[in-house]
Design a protein around this ligand. Structure first.
Ligand code: FAD
Length: 338
């Protein structure tokens, strides 16, 4: 394992923010993790594990050790009458895992096609898209417990998954490095095409018989047409979560703003479309210097080239303030601010 000094992180975050890190290393085994953590401890350095850097906004140089997860392997570890159990190391690219499953007709993650980032970060925020969340296909994961240097298993209940949440972002924050996850995928697919424009896209594709491959392709087509490609315009997808409100707040907002998009979430809870709130405050398409709010997706903050992380963060604060002023709703960042 090699530790390099003073390198730019521009290529390691999808916002394309050009900050530098004091130290940087790539890990390929648990031994590498131990070595990297021991280096950080010995030198009393903060450290940060990253995968694809697609959910991080760096606002300043990192005075510590960035640990890029490069643990690789995908294998079918078990199958029973109805399911395949696919174990993937944390450093695999999520979409590559999806493509592997599609190729082999393992069903369940086709709606999660083309989400950027690594497999290891997927449980952290319980990634989700087009009506499916990681938790729907999750079986278990193994994680390295930093304080005791041991490897522990977590099943579905242990992870306390919620909307863009898990125990690794709350109670157990910064205590574990996720090493691998195991998915439980179906032999007989239960297609989920009700969400978004999947049905219309399948029609456009002249799809006559449903398959995981067709749904994956439909999702890829929709995402490619709607979301800015980070290789062309720096971004981290949705910057904010869709806020959750209660029935009373929902009723009041609907009275005041009849066209507000509010959807039922869990019991007595409702989700408001954050993109709509931001759009109503006039931010959609906003641009100053090289930072702004995407012209097609108000929820996506962007770096057109040389924006600073702090500029994007300040923009997010201004957006949040105006949304609060107009709707009395506080937005919560989905992106991790570093
Ligand atoms: C264009 C675009 C579209 C997107 N669309 C979606 C979407 O539809 N749905 C969705 O849910 N998300 C979406 N995202 C967000 C992003 O893809 C996910 O959050 C993804 O899981 C991040 O993976 P990553 O490897 O890049 O994580 P990183 O950005 O590298 O890290 C994110 C956080 O996880 C921690 N972390 C990373 N790896 C580990 C590990 N092995 N162990 C412990 N902690 C770890 C990091 O320290 C950091 O706090 C989108 C992003 C972009 C750029």
């Amino acid at each position: 394992m090699e530790i390099v000094q003073n390198i730019s992180l521009k290529a390691f975050n999808t916002f394309g923010i050009d900050v530098r890190t004091q130290y940087f290393t790539e890990i390929e085994s648990v031994d590498d993790i131990r070595e990297a953590l021991s280096f950080a401890n010995k030198n009393q350095l903060p450290y940060l594990v990253i995968g694809g850097g697609s959910n991080i906004l760096f606002t300043q140089n990192f005075q510590g050790l960035i640990i890029k997860n490069n643990l690789k392997s995908i294998e079918v570890i078990h199958e029973d009458q109805n399911n395949y159990y696919i174990k993937s190391s944390a450093g695999e690219v999520w979409h590559q895992l999806v493509l592997y499953c599609i190729e082999n007709n393992y069903a369940g993650i086709e709606n999660l096609s083309l989400i950027p980032g690594s497999v290891g970060a997927a449980p952290l925020q319980n990634i989700g898209a087009y009506g499916v969340e990681l938790k729907d296909v999750f079986y278990e994961l193994e994680a390295y417990h930093i304080p005791t240097q041991t490897i522990e298993k977590f099943d579905l209940n242990d992870c306390a998954f919620d909307y863009r949440e898990s125990i690794f972002k709350t109670k157990l924050k910064n205590q574990y490095i996720i090493l691998n996850i195991t998915l439980q995928l179906k032999k007989n697919p239960q297609f989920n095409i009700e969400y978004g424009a999947i049905k219309e896209e399948l029609e456009k594709m002249n799809c006559t018989s449903l398959s995981v491959k067709a749904i994956s392709q439909a999702v890829i087509n929709i995402r490619s047409s709607k979301l800015p490609n980070p290789k062309e315009i720096g971004n981290a997808g949705s910057f904010f979560k869709n806020p959750i409100i209660n029935q009373e707040q929902s009723g009041q907002l609907k009275k005041e703003f009849p066209s507000i998009p509010i959807y039922p979430s869990k019991a007595n809870q409702f989700k408001v479309a954050a993109g709509w709130l931001i759009e109503q405050c006039g931010w959609k398409g906003f641009r100053k210097a090289d930072y702004g709010c995407h012209a097609k997706q108000a929820l996506v903050l962007v770096n057109y080239g040389t924006a600073k992380g702090q500029e994007i963060f300040d923009l997010s604060t201004a957006i949040n303030e105006s949304v609060f002023e107009k709707f009395g709703i506080e937005l919560e960042c989905e992106v991790n601010i570093v």
